[in-house]
Unconditional design. Structure first.
Length: 105
């Protein structure tokens, strides 16, 4: 059985749509949400999600991705329950990561 492979170009997603594109949303979660949307992580369950240009993600999304990695769960916008996901995450960027890392104490 072939496992899912979901490629996501992080550099083309508008900043205000990251959470809904990654984790999905439920109908009625916000104006214009007329149907449920799975996002990218739910269809990748049991397989791999490839986050291309991950260096473009804002800090608040990095925190949310860390939660997915640690807790192995996602929570769609407008939803009560969280969903367990078993996803391998691959990431790539053209940025020189060592130059953009901000260390905080």
């Amino acid at each position: 059985m072939q496992k899912p492979f979901i490629p996501v170009n992080c550099g083309v997603i508008p900043e205000h749509l990251y959470e809904s594109e990654f984790f999905g949303y439920q109908k009625g979660a916000f104006t214009g949400a007329t149907a449920n949307h799975d996002g990218h992580f739910k269809p990748a369950d049991g397989g791999t999600i490839f986050l291309d240009e991950i260096g473009e993600l804002p800090e608040h999304m990095q925190v949310k991705l860390l939660h997915v990695i640690q807790e192995k769960e996602i929570k769609p916008l407008g939803s009560g329950p969280s969903f367990s996901v078993d996803v391998r995450i691959l990431a790539a960027t053209n940025r020189l990561i060592k130059k953009v890392i901000v260390l905080s104490c």
